[in-house]
Unconditional design. Structure first.
Length: 105
């Protein structure tokens, strides 16, 4: 897992360097990507501390749109799944879907 634009590891999250002493290639974790991931994780934490004070209605509206449009774009899923979630009031499944479709990967 790495940043696709990283010139050091080309997005692989690690790269190989020759170890001349033992005549092998050594796998090195990419610290640039690690630092960037850590920074984004930190920003998410801090941002969530701000957003925890937002109105639940506004947050649930935003999350609902992420789920509906995410499922609509996903050819392996159908909007009928949302109908089921609404009927069964399955909050956990809705949050799992928000987690999946909220990621830009
Ligand atoms: Zn990298």
């Amino acid at each position: 897992m790495g940043n696709p634009n990283c010139e050091k590891c080309n997005g692989k999250g690690h790269y190989l360097v020759p170890n001349y002493q033992h005549d092998v290639m050594e796998r090195i974790e990419c610290m640039d990507c690690y630092a960037e991931e850590h920074y984004k994780w930190h920003l998410s934490e801090e941002l969530s501390r701000v957003l925890v004070n937002a109105s639940p209605q506004k947050l649930s509206m935003i999350i609902s749109e992420i789920i509906v449009y995410g499922i609509d774009r996903d050819e392996n899923n159908s909007l009928a799944r949302i109908e089921t979630i609404i009927q069964t009031k399955n909050i956990n499944e809705a949050l799992v879907l928000a987690d999946i479709y909220g990621r830009n990967e």
